[in-house]
Design a protein around this ligand. Structure first.
Ligand SMILES: Nc1ncnc2c1ncn2[C@@H]1O[C@H](COP(=O)(O)OP(=O)(O)OP(=O)(O)O)[C@@H](O)[C@H]1O
Length: 254
């Protein structure tokens, strides 16, 4: 397996503020599913934004497809926490948007959009405005809108955090099947231990000082059984990590 993303010695601060991320090293293999887990405010979203090319002033090296990242790439797709959909436009128009920007021919566009809407289970809702949809349906549109452009890397910033537990479980399964069927590589930021274990090949644990504390490979067959002993082993391991982070002081604090 080859690396799609490679980070070496990456550190970052916002202007004159304290350092947020320190000496980050990890790689993301093609077609793998990687999560970043860590306590609130440790820099998870910042790290995702760096990989997405939203900040160019970091130290160290970030490579995507062998080239240093300095600006956003059309080969990456980002699903933001607030989804950033156009509420007044229909499901179809939202999903079509990226392809229109890329000036894809109308007929090809139409085929891709319809197929993608079908893949996320919204075929009966083409003409519905976003404002009339439930939270889970909006999330499906956001995924479809990003995946329709066939990105090599899908970046997700806590996409399911605002959803109820049942809808979240359903969407996690749908995300996994999209990830597999479309051969995407996925990087997810999450607060949720369960989400990280259920979805990932590898979990990058970021501590409150913005350093990589550990990288845990989740060696479980899919579909994963949340009630199995092996699953519970990983739950305990990640829970202990987050608990230690809550109890230990941040660098510079007593
Ligand atoms: N644009 C910005 N300018 C200055 N500081 C920022 C900016 N964005 C984030 N920060 C700070 O950087 C730190 C890391 O924020 P970030 O959102 O990356 O953490 P996070 O781990 O994703 O947090 P959460 O889990 O609560 O979403 C925080 O202290 C935050 O206040």
């Amino acid at each position: 397996m080859s690396s799609l993303v490679q980070l070496e010695n990456v550190s970052f601060n916002y202007g004159k503020n304290a350092t947020i991320l320190r000496d980050i090293d990890f790689s993301i293999q093609k077609n793998s599913f990687v999560s970043i887990l860590g306590p609130s405010g440790c820099g998870k979203s910042t790290l995702l934004n760096l990989i997405a090319g939203f900040h160019s002033t970091y130290e160290g090296r970030i490579e995507f497809e062998g080239k240093q990242v300095r600006k956003p790439s059309k080969d990456q797709g980002f699903v933001f926490q607030d989804l950033a959909l156009f509420p007044w436009l229909s499901v179809y128009k939202n999903v079509e948007f990226g392809l229109k920007m890329q000036k894809i021919h109308k007929q090809t566009r139409d085929l891709k959009v319809k197929k993608m809407i079908e893949m996320v289970g919204l075929s009966d809702y083409h003409s519905f405005p976003i404002s009339s949809l439930s939270g889970g349906m909006k999330q499906r549109v956001a995924l479809a809108r990003t995946l329709v452009t066939e990105p090599d890397l899908l970046l997700l910033d806590e996409p399911f955090s605002a959803l109820d537990a049942q809808t979240r479980d359903v969407l996690q399964d749908e995300l996994l099947s999209l990830h597999t069927n479309l051969n995407t590589t996925t990087l997810l930021v999450t607060h949720s231990i369960d989400e990280a274990i259920y979805l990932s090949d590898k979990v990058v644990l970021l501590d409150k000082n913005g350093t990589v504390k550990d990288i845990v490979s989740i060696e479980l067959e899919r579909p994963r059984d949340r009630t199995s002993t092996d699953y519970n082993f990983y739950q305990r391991k990640l829970y202990d990590f987050l608990k230690d982070e809550r109890l230990s002081p941040r660098k510079g604090e007593d």
